[in-house]
Design a binder for this molecule. Structure first.
Ligand code: 9Z3
Length: 364
């Protein structure tokens, strides 16, 4: 059971958390879907990645009116899922409801509204049917057509091929229950499963036993809430839920000096394979891979030499290898579109994951 500390907060282990907090009502149904997906991918000999993406909320009331949230839009996860599909993986995309999704992310309502891509074309009136006005047609703006066709083709393929399976969560509680159950299903894939944990997971939560049933009232003036720490679930994930999986977690910091020490501490504590560190303000063009040194050597990165990190910052630090990955903030691809660092992250991970599979005798 949960042990009580000196303050009024409780220290939850993963075990005590799941023994005291309720599963989301859709869990059993969600897991049936994952089980069928996994069986198909296993029969086809596919490598599978679980991508988690977006922020988690922490409700403050049982009849929830207010909740704590975080900034994540789900860009990292949605973008990476596309590159994993391109690399031949089957993808379980577990994301925060309404956060960005693979393919549709290119037409987000706030950055590139879909309606702005469309034109209304009114055909010239026909002289033979004088009384009826011709029905206008809808076309895609010519400058957008090539990009839309490419994205639409990949989108349709992901769906018709059955290689993309989507799950949603909202609260940190939904996320924890779903992650455990999905990992337990994916475990049958042994070394050919990759976990790419990019969701921004709250560190704190309010156990349901401490939540007010109804909307918190304002009569008492200020609001003081003491939250408990979310249990560290990477440890049971590595030790129990999916012990053969290749686990990559992300570490977000705003103080850049903490990035590598915190990443190293996470690896030492949880025993997984890689922590990718990212600074909030530089995350779109710079990340650092911190890995356990015992890991098989990485494949040669297929990056343009201008994008390679300077070698003096990379190397072994104690038990870990540290390698920076950077792209120029204004880098563009051959078609003049902004380059995405996720392309390089995924390429690097695909190589490291394959080396992991080979090292264990290849079960993909
Ligand atoms: C990250 O660090 C992601 O890269 C971002 C992506 C959340 C910064 P966006 O969605 O942002 O593209 O806007 N995610 C993981 C942070 C995290 O919560 N890690 C936890 C931890 O280290 C759980 S593995 O304990």
């Amino acid at each position: 059971m949960a042990s009580t500390s000196s303050s009024s907060t409780t220290h939850f282990s993963a075990e005590s958390y799941f023994a005291t907090q309720l599963p989301p009502p859709t869990l059993a149904h969600d897991i049936d879907g994952v089980r069928a997906f996994v069986a198909r991918q296993r029969a086809a000999g596919k490598k599978v990645v679980l991508v988690t993406s977006g922020g988690t909320t922490v409700p403050l009331e049982l009849n929830v009116v207010r909740f704590l949230d975080n900034f994540s839009a789900g860009t990292r996860g949605a973008t990476s899922a596309e590159y994993f599909l391109k690399a031949g993986y089957a993808v379980v995309f577990m994301h925060r409801q309404f956060s960005l999704q693979p393919f549709s992310r290119h037409y987000s309502h706030s950055t590139n509204p879909f309606l702005d891509l469309l034109e209304i074309e009114t055909p010239a009136p026909s002289s033979s049917v004088a009384s009826t006005s011709p029905t206008p047609d809808i076309t895609v703006t010519s400058t957008q057509r090539a990009d839309l066709l490419e994205i639409l083709t990949s989108y349709k393929h992901a769906h018709t091929s059955g290689l993309l399976h989507t799950l949603t969560f909202v609260t940190v509680n939904d996320y924890l229950w779903l992650l455990r159950a999905v990992a337990q299903e994916l475990a049958v894939l042994k070394h050919s499963v990759l976990y790419y944990l990019a969701a921004a997971v709250s560190d704190f939560f309010l156990p349901r036993q401490k939540m007010s049933e109804h909307k918190i009232q304002s009569g008492k003036g200020s609001l003081l809430i003491e939250m408990d720490q979310v249990p560290k679930i990477l440890k049971p994930m590595v030790d129990e839920w999916s012990p053969d999986g290749f686990v990559v977690s992300f570490k977000l910091e705003t103080d850049p000096t903490l990035l590598i020490p915190k990443a190293r501490a996470a690896l030492a504590r949880y025993g997984h394979q890689i922590v990718i560190g990212n600074d909030l303000n530089r995350r779109k063009h710079e990340v650092v891979f911190v890995a356990r040194a015992a890991q098989p050597p990485t494949v040669a990165p297929a990056l343009p030499s201008s994008d390679l990190p300077s070698s003096e910052e990379n190397g072994d630090v104690g038990l870990n290898t540290v390698s920076w990955l950077r792209i120029a903030p204004d880098a563009q691809d051959v078609r003049g579109r902004p380059r995405e660092i996720e392309e390089d992250i995924v390429r690097e991970l695909v190589g490291r994951h394959q080396a992991w599979i080979d090292r264990w005798g290849g079960d993909a």
